[in-house]
Write a protein of this length. Structure first.
Lengths: 384, 366
């Protein structure tokens, strides 16, 4: 391979979040940047919670293992979740690439501006049609369904019987996550499990997906619940103050049924308007704990006044993609690779043109720069 | 493209601007390029002074030829040995054409074969396949259903075969009648919606289940991607279970080709193969008589099939393809075809290399 010389330096600090958060960017992305001629500084211990050694990142002399502060002092800093409390470690004029959620974090935007950080939100890098380029809604669905079927197998031994009827999954919400949930559900959330059961002649999964025009139809929905082994919430509600499924309706689900919560809205009863969960009376999980049997003490921790009389086993996680950190980071690495290649090619964010190539345009849209200047006229005019 | 009359797609000026940026020496467009979509040739000439208008033959004489749908065999023979052809070539279901390209020494790159390591296509418009097809199907149902927009009707039942790239979009689109505006108006009128049942290959083999499912299906969608295209997923005999007013939507659009080994048949047996000119086939349509007589067409329903569903929205389709093609063309113009690395640093380069015909064939014949 012909290596090109570029001046950019990259820093990859590790995330220091909750214990269950094990994700870091993987060696191939680091190697790619080194192959492009960049100096890459990775924090010592990067990837260690996914089983990687520092040495696996050291593909060439251009990669160095350093402490956290040094990783943050580079020209371009890449870290998956927003490094809250560590923005000051970056130097003025540096580029920070992270899940920064600009639209819902105005205070963060102001803080980054004050620090002179050229930030780029991974979650706001979008193509011309508004589709995110760095996104893992597939993992939300697959990891959630995998956990749901694992729970179902524990509660319903007939799952693996060739004599049983097809498993019945109801997916509420047919949007971006619901779309992936449908595919994941047809494979029991796990391709190996699916292959194994098919090899033994076990009938597969019938997935029924319904959008808002049926989830608001009480008569239909009550009938549907009684014929559901796994109920998946993948909705995006217009009114988050009202549950989609009241707790008393959950009594219609078969006793062995499992509820798979992919939305993971919180309970914010003091907010105006309040936010309640789409399925009333189920606990909320995180990467440390995401499966809840019906006698779990987590139910007792729900806000008082939330009915929980009707309980079914629940799987719920605030960060479903993090359940399988390797797969997650492999995908993010692949999605990020062409963007970083472009960034290197353009010599840094200052060279990224709002009317440049596909990846330039998308990257630019994700940057704070794009939020601070008027939308280019070209973006307001269709091609034809 | 020299295809059916309703095929109006050409790449948009944005792609020519990209070719200019990445150093194309000359960009030859066939006279009339873009006109079918209402894009005047001046729109192309404005983005680069390297763009010029030429004949179809001149276009085929270039070092790199980019055309969405594959030219006919006679036209392929005009390509220069060593020329790069970028097109939808569908290697697995077009073995004869694939062999021809290899024999001619054309360095073809099948756009539908450019995939990442998890087999996800980098150049695709599966969303448009699903939405355009489902929208067309519901329009037919709307015309025929006596109470389509009445609150008293029951929910419509859609069965989607396949849950992959096309299937998941199809399920999504079907919950919205393939038309968000129609959906909003029906929701506002309290008309019950659409229940979409998705089944994949681990259930489509189950004859008892499938008969029961077909009996309660208003719209049957083929969105499968079969490992073995020589066998249908739903045989024509099974279609007898589908209600008489049931509608079949063929999104997979595999052809019938019984003369290749192994043969290729459609996922739902006995459905005509449509194009942008004609994609709605009532049971009495003469198109059924044109199907190879070895294919069973005894049981017929209103069927929709189009080889190029995205072509129903040509500008939207080409905007998407153009964006996806930019990084591919950067690889193609970046280095000689021999140097594209299967283990190169760039994932796009690796993907393009895997889709190049000689490398694709060598993997499969090794």
């Amino acid at each position: 391979m012909v290596e090109r010389a570029h001046g950019l330096t990259f820093g990859f600090p590790t995330m220091h979040k909750e214990a269950g958060e094990r994700r870091d960017f993987l060696p191939p992305l680091i190697h790619l940047l080194a192959d492009l001629g960049c100096e890459v500084y990775v924090e010592s211990g990067i990837g260690s919670r996914m089983g990687y050694l520092d040495q696996e990142y050291l593909s060439s002399s251009r990669v160095r293992v350093v402490d956290e502060d040094t990783a943050y002092r580079q020209e371009v800093v890449v870290v998956l979740r927003a490094p809250i409390g560590k923005f000051e470690k970056l130097r003025r004029g540096a580029t920070l690439i992270s899940m920064l959620h600009f639209p819902t974090r105005p205070a963060r935007v102001r803080h980054l501006e004050e620090l002179g950080i050229d930030a780029v939100g991974l979650d706001t890098i979008e193509d011309d049609e508004g589709r995110r380029l760095v996104v893992n809604s597939k993992a939300v669905a697959w990891n959630g369904l995998e956990a749901a079927f694992a729970m179902l197998e524990r509660r319903w031994p007939r799952l693996t019987s060739p004599a049983r009827a097809p498993v019945r999954v109801t997916v509420m919400g047919a949007g971006e996550i619901g779309k992936h949930a449908v595919e994941a559900a047809t494979k029991y959330g796990n391709a190996e499990r699916s292959d194994l059961l098919m090899r033994y002649g076990v009938p597969g999964v019938e997935v029924v997906t319904i959008g808002r025009n049926l989830t608001c139809d009480d008569t239909y929905l009550l009938g549907r619940l009684s014929a559901t082994d796994v109920l998946v919430d993948a909705t995006k509600r217009h009114d988050a103050s009202v549950p989609l499924i009241r707790n008393d309706w959950l009594g219609r689900l078969p006793p062995h049924a499992v509820i798979c919560d992919l939305v993971v809205d919180p309970y914010l009863l003091d907010a105006d308007p309040p936010t309640v969960r789409g399925i009333e009376g189920i606990p909320q999980g995180n990467l440390d704990r995401f499966t809840f049997d019906v006698d779990d003490p987590a139910w007792d921790l729900l806000p008082p006044g939330i009915p929980t009389d009707n309980r079914r086993a629940v799987v719920s996680c605030y960060s479903w993609p993090g359940v399988h950190p390797n797969r997650c980071m492999e995908l993010y690495g692949k999605q990020l690779a062409p963007l970083l290649e472009m960034l290197v090619e353009r010599g840094g964010i200052a060279g990224v043109r709002p009317d440049g190539s596909f990846h330039e345009r998308a990257f630019y849209r994700g940057s704070l720069r794009a939020r601070l200047r008027p939308v280019p006229v070209g973006e307001l005019v269709g091609t034809s | 493209m020299h295809k059916e009359q309703a095929e109006r797609r050409d790449f948009l000026p944005d792609l020519m601007a990209h070719l200019d940026r990445i150093g194309a020496g000359e960009i030859v467009l066939e006279a009339g390029y873009g006109l079918g979509m209402g894009v005047p040739i001046d729109a192309y000439l404005e983005v680069s002074d390297r763009v010029r208008v030429g004949s179809y033959e001149e276009c085929l004489d270039q070092d790199v030829v980019v055309v969405l749908r594959c030219p006919e065999p006679g036209e392929l023979r005009r390509l220069r040995p060593g020329a790069v052809l970028l097109s939808m070539l569908h290697y697995p279901t077009r073995p004869d054409r694939t062999a021809l390209l290899a024999d001619l020494g054309v360095r073809a790159v099948s756009l539908d074969a450019i995939t990442d390591r998890s087999a996800r296509r980098l150049v695709e418009n599966l969303e448009a396949v699903a939405w355009n097809g489902v929208r067309a199907a519901f329009r037919e149902i709307q015309q025929r259903h006596p109470h389509f927009d009445h609150p008293s009707r029951r929910p419509l039942h859609v069965t989607c075969l396949g849950s992959g790239g096309v299937g998941s979009w199809a399920a999504f689109a079907a919950t919205r009648y393939g038309d968000p505006q129609l959906r909003e108006s029906l929701v506002a009128s309290n008309v019950p919606g659409v229940e979409v049942t998705v089944v994949d290959f681990d259930l489509t083999w189950h004859e008892d289940y499938m008969f029961g499912r077909l009996e309660q299906t208003d719209l049957l969608i083929d969105a499968t991607r079969r490992a073995d295209p020589s066998r249908p997923v739903v045989s024509n005999a099974w279609l007898a279970a589908l209600p008489a007013d049931g509608v079949i939507l063929d999104l997979a659009c595999d052809p019938y080709d019984l003369d290749v080994v192994p043969p290729v048949v459609k996922g739902i047996e006995g459905v005509p193969h449509g194009s942008l000119d004609r994609y709605v086939f009532p049971p009495e349509d003469e198109a059924y008589e044109l199907i190879d007589p070895r294919i069973d067409t005894t049981n017929r329903r209103l069927a929709l099939s189009c080889y190029s569903w995205p072509g129903l929205d040509p500008v939207g389709s080409m905007r998407t393809y153009g964006e996806q093609l930019e990084p591919v063309l950067s690889v193609v113009l970046g280095k000689p075809v021999e140097d594209w690395g299967l283990d190169g640093a760039s994932q796009v380069e690796r993907a393009v290399a895997r889709a190049e015909v000689s490398r694709w064939l060598s993997v499969r014949t090794a």
